[in-house]
Design a protein around this ligand. Structure first.
Ligand code: BG6
Length: 490
């Protein structure tokens, strides 16, 4: 069996990681704008007060704000059917508290959407990709306060009204289940433990699980309201959830490892999507909340909102997997936003993320068995150091290998019966890393000449993977073989 006709091939980005122009045309400061550069060895920091001389990657990123036409043209050249990007909330409501939207911010996304539609590229828009206005973080601790739901709905209603008829696919919160971990508090929920002093991204200060899970509840309600109101504004809207799928296996057949793994999966991989896809809290959370002294305050009507606002489709990021064990002889590995126990059968990327293409097939089956909803993989890719070859081109065969193996496994999943409708690989153009704030961790088919020491002119170049992915799309995933780049030198 092949990928279905009309399969949505494309790429994904987030405003804060590529637009730059952080304070242009009335844009306000988001949680990501107070985040410094870092590296695999040195955690990036949140600095509530901007530090003179400190580098903030989102402020320039890859200057997409001024170069979006060139970038969309390159995506069109690869044959993209869909492009996933986020609207930066702080371009539309700079602090979150304004009564009227910022027209210049709306105009930018008018142009970006028109540019996509010009090439028949379907926009897939994330409403909130780690871009909560910092003023809301300071005043309300982000979604920890119920008031933030109304601020979010004001923003969402504005963009839904503005782009109805031009945009069909929407995602509410990027990697919402990141909020089940301390590290996800600031980015996913706007819950920053110290809004006066600098703190490390990987060691969130003053994490309070009760506050974090309350904030998650408010994001669930906000997401469900967005689905309900979105369908009222435009019945053709398809509105999805977006999860980190951090696939996890029991390290050993020891039943204790199995239970530990099941519990981990419940909290990390299923809780949020159970609420968003099934429209209700799963029962296993009752015990978790009780054992962790977490009391969630729900208002009358919340249950109905969650029920009526279940999503139309499921989406996730998928990069890596890890294991769970109760045994001591384990090795720790890094991963997307969190680490885990190493799997002896897998190799890791330069950033320590264990590469597991078969885990994608396994997870897609698990997801589909659970929800029977259309699924899109909206992030997947290999963060790697790229060097130009003697001919001036980046021959990123390692990235092609990674992507090929994952696409092969998606095909297996389709054959297994999974209703997979699209694939947008992450960072289709090099951009700033979310976890480390680096340019050096590159994912793109398009190389961007910009470096962590501040040098670089932002020019764009096609990598070998650019031509490979073009062929993949042209053949609807049938031809995954290498490309000959001899005649394609820059
Ligand atoms: C996901 C995020 O966690 O993974 C993206 O949705 C992020 O924003 C991507 O960039 C890859 O992670 P990183 O840390 O390598 O940029």
């Amino acid at each position: 069996m092949s990928f279905p006709k009309g399969f949505l091939w494309g790429g994904a980005t987030a405003a804060n990681q590529l637009e730059g122009a952080w304070n242009e045309d009335g844009k306000g400061v988001s949680i990501s704008d107070i985040s410094t550069g870092g590296s695999a060895k040195q955690s990036k920091r949140f600095t509530p007060v901007f530090e003179e001389g400190t580098y903030y990657p989102s402020h320039v990123a890859i200057d997409h704000y001024h170069r979006y036409k060139e970038d969309i043209k390159l995506f069109a050249e690869m044959g993209f059917k869909v492009y996933r990007f986020s609207i930066n909330w702080t371009r539309i409501y700079p602090t979150g508290f304004e009564d009227e939207p910022n027209e210049k911010g709306l105009a930018f996304y008018d142009d970006l959407i028109d540019e996509c539609n010009k090439y028949n590229i379907e926009p897939l828009i994330t409403l909130c990709h780690y871009e909560i206005p910092f003023e809301i973080v300071k005043k309300y601790k982000g979604f920890a306060s119920r008031e933030t739901i109304d601020l979010f709905m004001k923003y969402v209603t504005t963009v839904f009204e503005r782009y109805k008829g031009k945009v069909k696919y929407w995602l509410t919160f990027n990697e919402i289940n990141n909020g089940t971990n301390p590290v996800g508090g600031p980015l996913a929920l706007g819950v920053l433990g110290d809004t006066e002093n600098a703190s490390e991204f990987i060691h969130p200060v003053n994490d309070d699980p009760e506050v974090r899970f309350q904030a998650l509840h408010h994001t669930f309600v906000a997401s469900a309201l967005a689905v309900i109101i979105g369908h009222q504004i435009d019945p053709n809207f398809k509105i999805g959830c977006m999860q980190i799928m951090a696939t996890s296996y029991a390290l050993t057949p020891d039943p204790k490892d199995q239970i530990l793994n099941q519990q981990h999966n419940h909290i990390m991989n299923w809780f949020c999507s159970d609420v968003q896809c099934r429209g209700a809290y799963p029962r296993y959370m009752n015990r978790y909340f009780k054992e962790h002294n977490i009391n969630i305050k729900m208002l009358p009507g919340d249950t109905e909102i969650l029920r009526d606002g279940h999503v139309d489709f499921y989406t996730c990021s998928y990069y890596m997997s890890f294991c769970q064990t109760t045994h001591d002889n384990r090795e720790e590995v890094a991963g997307n936003m969190m680490g885990g126990t190493a799997n002896p059968y897998l190799k890791a990327s330069d950033w320590g993320w264990q590469i597991d293409p078969i885990g994608l097939r396994y997870s897609l089956n698990e997801i589909y068995d659970r929800y029977q909803m259309p699924i899109m993989v909206v992030e997947n890719g290999l963060g790697a150091y790229d060097e130009k070859g003697e001919d001036g081109m980046v021959h990123d065969t390692y990235r092609i290998d990674y992507l090929r193996q994952h696409i092969e496994q998606m095909k297996e999943a389709v054959e297994d019966g999974v209703d997979l409708i699209g694939y947008t690989s992450w960072g289709c153009i090099d951009l700033v890393s979310a976890s480390t704030g680096e340019y050096a961790k590159r994912y793109g088919y398009i190389y961007v000449n910009k470096f962590d020491d501040g040098s670089g002119d932002f020019s764009r170049e096609r990598k070998e993977s650019f031509y490979w992915y073009k062929k993949v799309i042209e053949t609807n995933g049938e031809d995954l073989t290498d490309v000959d780049t001899t005649d394609l030198r820059p």
